[in-house]
Design a protein around this ligand. Sequence first.
Ligand SMILES: [Zn+2]
Ligand SMILES: [Zn+2]
Length: 635
Amino acid sequence: MIYIAYQKFNAKFAKGDEERLDELNKKAEIKIAKYNANNNSFDDVKFITSNDTFDYLPCIAVENSQPVFYWANCTSSDFSANSCSIMKSDFAGNVSTVYSGLNYIYELKVIGNDIYYTAESDCSNENTNDLNLYKNNVQITDNDGIDKQEIPTSLASVNDTLFYTSNSGIYMLDGDTPKLSLENNKIAGNLQLAATDDGIRAVWSQTSDLGTEFYTSELVNGEWSEPVAITDYGKLVSQLSIANYGGKLFGAYNITERKEQDGSIVNGSTDLCVFNTDGFNKFDVTLDTVDESQLNSNGQTKLNVLVENNGTENIKSIDFEITDSLGYSQSVNKTVDIPSGDYDVVELDYVPSTSGETFERRTVTVNATSGDASADTQLEVGNADLSVDDITLEKLGTENVITAQIHNIGTVEAENVNVVFKNGENEVYTSNVDTLLPLQTNIVQFNISDDELTYEEEGGAVITASVTSDSNEVNIGDNNSSVLIEKHIHDWSEWTVETEPTCVDEGKKTRVCNTCTKQEEAVISPTGKHTYSKQVVLPTYDAQGYTIYTCEVCGYNYIGDFTAKLERPAEKPTVKPTEKPTAALTTSTITPNPSPTPNSATTAPKIVAKPKSTSIKKVKAAKKAISVIWKRSAA
Ligand SMILES: [Zn+2]
Ligand SMILES: [Zn+2]
């Protein structure tokens, strides 16, 4: 016998009713019926409530082989504390109160003689989500949404065991103790359970970044299989109920199509949908990367195909067909063991055709079939594969020679290959190669001095190299080579005098760096100290004596150390001496400085010597001396 119980609003909705929902809630009543299989109709359809309060959450249990109907009743229009009751009725309509004074009841489920419901344990603060599970009016969970986030939602039962979803997965009640059964933090709710031949199958809704989809998993011998999706990715599903009938799982649910328009996601219409399955085969394959270096050496490689089992059945065998866009075709069967929800990588041989020396770029397609499911995947094979590595530094004092290698380990050539060297953010050198053939390696080298580098606060200057190419199909491998340059500080030796300075000429000194052997040169200033030789001129009756000092190095001279005239004997002189000096003075052997510095000689002796490389231009008598004007003549 089949009985049903359902909620019916004993009123008609009209436009604007949304604004007086509490009034409508008063019209919500519980209706029951008995199915008559003889004429495929429901008999004895009747209300078992008739009041001005909110009646909801109807469910049916069996007591003493008779149907018993339970529901929740709320007497408060704003669902205030202690305003709810759990009610019970037999099919005849004898109503009784089971529990009263409860906070608002979210879900109600009766299993055997046990009454389960969820309600807030504390209604004093609306913001505190402290929904808890109660069994026969005894609190089972103690959750505070603020700190525990383990809110029991979406009650479901199978084989007299209660399960519920939470933020961290599906819990089951072991007696009165909640135990996390299936860990899954994406579960949104809508938990439904059905007994299967082997165990229990669960279906629930799960959030993705684009919508909500139904997932299923089977509990066999205490182990949940990996969850697999039943509905397509990007759908928005809700309101699920399932049943296992004749070994097949049936489900009814709402689905809201989601479509992207101009990048935005919009909701389409909502429809009631059904699925029925006794398990299904479904898998996806992905051909990820191919080691093309193998193609260069012997013209064959392995295709690694990722197989993800998204069906409910285990995959034991897959037929693969490998083709490429240049005519290759190969079929192979592989024995595998990929449980529902699991994945594995299957390795396939691939021996592509080559024309001469060059490998042509091509599309490789892998078709896979298992049971009534199939999937395919494609990959472009034939790429340039560039990397820059082996960056080295040769340091010559403050000069740095930086070398790096660019490789193309791919199967096709790379065009317009640039290697850019950077010191921090600054490009310090760029090398361009028009074409880098497969398996070709180029060496790039440049010089940079310490003074041109920017140094990190700690440590040295970092030079990084990266490679780019104009080719469309190019893999960039190792592209983060770098080298550290320590700034060179010269370790100078003591100065070595190479040329001594003189009184007037500069000298030269050198020093050398003990580390890098760099040599540095510097001048030594002239000493300014002359080396004199003396020439003594004796006094006469008419003139003082004196000494001429002459620098042996540069010829600078001066006169000093004067001595008095000689005393003339007391006899009558025969010749009156002339006051004019004789020209003989100018033929003196004295060689004075060409530019005489003022000295005492100009004050006392009235003698002047003719300098080198000069001629007397004019001599005129002065009062007590003669003055000579020297004229420079070409030597
Ligand atoms: Zn040095
Ligand atoms: Zn000198």
